[in-house]
Design a protein. Sequence first.
Length: 427
Amino acid sequence: MNEQFISYIWFNKLYFTEQKSLLGEKVEIISPGIRNRNSGPDAFNAKIKIFDKIWAGNVEFHTNASDWHKHNHDGNKEYDNIILHVVANADEQIFIGERAVTTIELQFPQHIHIAYNSLQADGMRCTRCITSEIELKRWIERLVVERLEEKTKRVEKLLQQTNGDYEEALYILMARSLGLGTNSDAMEALAKSVPLKTLLHHRDNPVQIEAMLLGQAGFLYDKTTDSDSEKFIKATCKTEEEYIREYKFLKNKFSLEKPKYCNFKLLRMRPSNFPALRIAQLAAIIHNNENLFNKIVTTDINNVYKIIINEVSDYWKNHYIIGKESHNHHCNLTKNSCNTIIINAIIPFLFVYGKLRNDPEKQEKALNILQEIKAEKNHITERFNSIGIKSKTAFDSQALIQLQQHYCDEKRCLECQIGYDLIKKSK
């Protein structure tokens, strides 16, 4: 039992009202006080009764009573008015000066601890959801905001790096989104190595855009030789010859340097997600859209799909990898892939744009778009669906992804509304 669990029991009043101190005193808990989230005692203005005398003051929690010394509370005046020391293991009597601090091993119904241990043993394996619909809705909304705040931090960082250039920052984040996690870092490094303004100089020529991106990604180089070699692949068709020719010219024209950490992966990946094809899809977006960010912030969700889903050049209709022909296949972005870009790039940008412009309507629009997109289907949403928590929209699925990754996986059951209710109401 750790301090977090003690805090949970204490502030939710799940303890037995009557307790017994280490010195044998009868202690009655009248009020748990107010949680302190800053430095100092864990609870302010608690009220307890020791024998017939009522005390009001602060409370401190520890796993072991001896942790008082480990946490350097000795001689710290912030702890001089502690009226109660609440612990899981009273291995020592603590003194402040000559005063013995009343110490209790917190007693509470054991089924609560059993339920908590059950959840902690295997992450979030809630077999039923007993949270009310109203509370669950509030929790979902909070999780969505948490996730969006995490994504907006990346947007704000990119805006700093690009000196407030929304177009450039959006381009980088869209490239990152096309990496689908596995190749996200590599796609971001690639986009940073070829500035959007450079690509826009040749926006009317899709082959040149593709050539710059593919060349910078390393897909036009012969990887059977030394990694630092400037030897190019042996072209198998006119398009590949054109890629190599254009890249040689444009690399010198714009003094392009090979990006660092641009290490693309293909292992255990579906061909439709291969990075070279994703790069071609990114090139198609740039080729067909000038002032991309301005277009997106002034339109609705249906037009966003039209802006992002573009016809990729013919070469990719029978290629997934440069130099290796395949059967004919669909090579344009799918609606699901487009949704990934919207969720991970466009919505955070729209939210930050509204925040910086003091435009709450734009921020509201960002959240509304999440409710217009279909829920993502993955192992996380399927798992929650199996316990009765269903995702209807991306608003729901984003919340559940946040819940799984930042609460369940990290075993923060006591900070989760579902885990909170399961533990509190378990019998």
